[in-house]
Design a protein around this ligand. Sequence first.
Ligand SMILES: [Zn+2]
Length: 292
Amino acid sequence: MFSTLFAIGFALVAPRTVVASCAHGVEWIHPFSATVNGTVAIPAFSYGTTTGPLNWHNLNTNNTLCGNGTNQSPILLNTTTSRAPYGSITLNVPITDSAVLVNLGTNVEVILNGTLKAANSTWKLLQFHFHTPSEHRIDLAHHEAEIHFVFTASDGSAKLAVLAFFVQVEDEHTTPVIEDILSYLPDVQIPGTTTQVHAVDMSAFQEHANKLSYYAYTGSLTTPPCSESVSWFIATSPIPLYIKVYKALKDTTKTNNRYTQDNPGQTSNIESTIPEKNWVVPTRHKGGSSSH
Ligand SMILES: [Zn+2]
């Protein structure tokens, strides 16, 4: 483990520095260390074919867990899934005028400060982003979208946590702060571009969020490098979003959900279905001849 400093300078916003305590998974969380003049480096993986989720483990040796991890996310959720004790989740995001919206090509990400208290730990917010449709499923069903708030441990350890919310498209209800943020999408239609988001007030959102119930389990990042030991807290009830807002999001993020993984502790479904000769990871080689 080692410390990494990511200096981020956006042409349109005040220079901003983010310190990550450990690189374990953080290369994905902050893939924009090469930021120049309001642009960011977009990741090499995709949700397409050859660079899509079924082949992430072959794209980079750092992505091994995407293929053979045994505690991968997302998973199926149901009534037997563990829950966090009610009232144990506290999200706190101060009002800010300096959030940054980033189009990563595979996703749109909002960078801002905040904290989470959960599982007797305090976590530091790095960013939140969107998946369309949802990645986790409840009783086999996807929601229209899923929002992931990504945190690092405030004690400087390598631990990560994700606070997740399903999005349900509705005619008569929305979540104003999410709608406000997504109103900036026209400014970042080109992958790799960024813009400043003004007057982000999460007060009502977090007041609502702190009253919800949450599934809780230990899984992974749902994107390369698929790092494990991620503490997941997923609200059991969705937040609403107007259909026009959802459509703007979907038009930008396209389809960016990883396929459902096996239950925690079970053999990866890639490892159990793809012939061994395709594996580039020697530690998982089970013997026999290899032709390449
Ligand atoms: Zn995510």
